[in-house]
Design a binder for this molecule. Structure first.
Ligand code: 4NP
Length: 151
């Protein structure tokens, strides 16, 4: 089983979308997908209504997800940890206990179709921000799903 963890700051906007989008593209019998946040502000909450809405628009239901915080055990429990931006990258790397842990952490948009390297934080923006975030994540997840199929 390949286990993929999507990580952002709050685990209510970007990483829940990344979890839902990648889940929709892979075989659940061979790939497990989860998400977490580096901050604990929203633990136990559902995703942001704007993320739920943009996912719904594309036929994906993320409304049942529950926010949780990233933990050190996640390094052992997951094959790959995809982070949304450089700040998430630094926060996760700071918790790593070994070079093996560090090697598991990758910027999601390293697998994207554009030169953009970070998924922008849409929390304080409008709905257009969520559409943009959806598209950036969707492109990267399409490429990741293809790579997983070829493994
Ligand atoms: P996310 O967005 O990291 O994509 O889930 C955020 C959600 C909440 C906050 C910041 C970013 N916050 O400050 O509460």
């Amino acid at each position: 089983m390949t286990k993929i963890l999507m990580v952002c700051l709050g685990n209510i906007c970007r990483s829940p979308l990344a979890e839902g989008i990648l889940k929709n593209k892979v075989n659940p019998n061979t790939v497990f997908v989860d998400s977490a946040g580096t901050a604990g502000y929203h633990i136990g909450n559902a995703p942001d209504p704007r993320s739920i809405a943009v996912a719904n628009k594309y036929g994906i239901d993320i409304s049942k997800q529950v926010c949780r915080k990233f933990t050190v055990e996640d390094f052992n429990n997951f094959t790959t940890i995809f982070v949304m931006d450089n700040s998430n990258y630094n926060n996760v790397i700071a918790l790593a206990q070994s070079p093996e842990h560090k090697n598991k952490v990758k910027l999601l948009l390293n697998f994207g179709d554009t030169k953009i390297t970070e998924v922008p934080d849409p929390y304080y923006g409008g709905d257009q921000g969520f559409e943009n975030v959806y598209n950036l994540i969707d492109q990267a997840c399409t490429n990741i799903a293809k790579t997983l199929k070829n493994q």
